[in-house]
Design a protein around this ligand. Structure first.
Ligand code: NGQ
Ligand code: ZN
Length: 459
């Protein structure tokens, strides 16, 4: 047996840091084997501390389809008919016509590097590209999951892998379209994949495997029943109520709206993440909040695809929890997701500071702290910046012109609404500093590898 390598403890000192209970001054974190071994507050920096101005728990990215990074910016030209989510989806399907496992690894590696640079330390990869180019199964059912895992290892991001069950082409068990051939599995193959995925992620520290029925369009009620036991103790993610047509189709099929159907027919609890949940009645919004599940909001993608606006004020008033996701990865930017979440509400309601949570409160603080907490819940990890938690931390550059002279909540307001991603300085993932001065340490090689993949894919 190989001896375990124990790294020496390392100490980080922050003039101020956002802890679970709020801002603290003079914070020293002792890191050991990827985790926070000790926290001291109100102390002075000591020799040997690595010093930074402002520390935050790194953000969880609850929803990503890494392969879609490759088509970013290439679906923004008007087609011959009215462009919609559904026409985008056809373009997205076509983008995987030639993607090999190695291409997927290179594309995902780029996406994960960019996530880290923007302040995300863990990703929920909603992964459904399971089969080979011609639709035949790979000899290893987990071939593409292995590629995702390799990308996470290269970039050094934390992974909650969400292998997706995708069996049908529409409500009522419609047969899949030819363009969906690479996604399709029956329940037996899926359960095998889940097992294999557990093995694949073992190479990564603190990786988690969850479950992801793709949507009510792609999974049948019988399949939900069969997944029941497996869904009890891990993160469960599902796309839901993103588009009006999906709501209409669900009503025609079942007489129920999507969120209503799910909450009535499946045991949804705090280990669930309902991605988008854009179109809900007031009753559905309150019921989702009561369930304890996290709403996985993806403001940039939802804007890009013309989905609609999540009823955030009512959901938060009912005690609902949310996380943020970069979904289609058309743009990867943590601060921008949070900003757009708030701006959508401002545009809709013609008011300001909609999600601050009450008079006198900071909108930036509420957005950041809520998304960090809800995101960690959705990805199956504990709160960060606590003893025993993974050392997933970001520092902001208080020398950035937008952050000068700021402290406490005002830093988060300025970071999210004024400075943006530019203000991210360092990012530690599992104790390792993977981003320095806003740049990923392996940026050069990861980009070069991505360019090679792109040449193969579209060359
Ligand atoms: C996806 N994306 O799975 O990538 C979906 C499109 C579908 C979004 N919903 C496919 N944004 O929903 O059928
Ligand atoms: Zn999605």
């Amino acid at each position: 047996m190989q001896a375990k390598i124990v790294e020496p403890a390392q100490t980080l000192f922050f003039d101020q840091a956002l802890m679970v209970e709020g801002w603290a001054a003079g914070v020293r974190l002792t890191l050991c084997d990827g985790r926070i071994a000790a926290i001291e507050r109100d102390c002075l920096p000591a020799a040997g501390d690595e010093r930074h101005g402002c520390g935050l728990p790194a953000m969880s990215n609850v929803h990503s389809h890494a392969f879609q990074r490759e088509m970013a910016g290439r679906a923004e030209r008007s087609g011959s008919n009215v462009d919609s989510f559904w026409t985008w989806r056809e373009a997205m399907y076509a983008s995987v016509d030639r993607m090999t496992p190695d291409d997927l690894r290179a594309v995902a590696s780029l996406a994960y590097m960019e996530m880290l640079e923007s302040g995300f330390s863990r990703v929920g990869e909603f992964h459904y590209l399971h089969r080979d180019i011609d639709g035949a199964p790979f000899a290893d059912v987990a071939e593409m999951s292995v590629a995702i895992t390799a990308a996470a290892a290269e970039a050094g991001i934390g992974l909650t892998l969400l292998p997706v069950l995708y069996s049908y082409g529409g409500f009522g068990g419609l047969p899949p379209q030819p363009a969906q051939r690479r996604f399709i599995q029956d329940i037996d193959a899926y359960l095998r994949l889940l097992e294999e995925a557990e093995g694949a992620v073992r190479a990564l520290p603190d990786a988690i495997v969850g479950i992801a029925p793709h949507s009510l369009r792609a999974v049948s009620p019988d399949q939900f029943r069969l997944l029941g036991p497996a869904m009890k103790h891990r993160p469960v993610h599902i796309h839901i109520a993103e588009q009006i047509r999906e709501v209409e189709d669900c009503l025609a099929w079942s007489g129920r709206r999507p969120v209503e159907w799910l909450l009535d027919n499946v045991d949804v609890g705090a280990n669930w993440c309902l991605v988008h949940a854009t179109h809900m009645t007031e009753a559905e919004t309150a019921a989702l909040a009561r369930s304890g599940a996290v709403a996985g909001l993806c403001p940039i993608t939802e804007a890009n695809l013309g989905d609609g606006i999540f009823p955030a004020p009512a959901f938060l008033a009912a005690g609902g929890r949310f996380g943020i996701g970069s979904d289609s990865n058309v743009r990867i930017d943590c601060a921008e997701e949070l900003r757009l979440l708030e701006y959508g509400q401002r545009l809709l309601h013609r008011r300001r500071n909609m999600l601050a949570g009450g008079p006198g409160r900071s909108t930036g603080r509420a957005l950041y702290a809520n998304a960090a907490r809800g995101g960690a819940q959705a990805l199956g990890v504990g709160l960060q910046l606590e003893v025993g938690g993974a050392a997933d931390i970001i520092s902001l550059d208080l020398g950035h012109p937008g952050l000068l002279d700021k402290s406490g909540d005002a830093i988060l307001d300025a970071y999210i609404f004024a400075a943006g991603a530019d203000a991210v300085d360092c990012v530690w993932r599992y104790g390792e500093k993977v981003v320095v001065g806003g740049r990923h340490r392996r940026r050069g090689e990861i980009v070069a590898d991505y360019i090679r993949a792109l040449e193969r894919l579209i060359g």
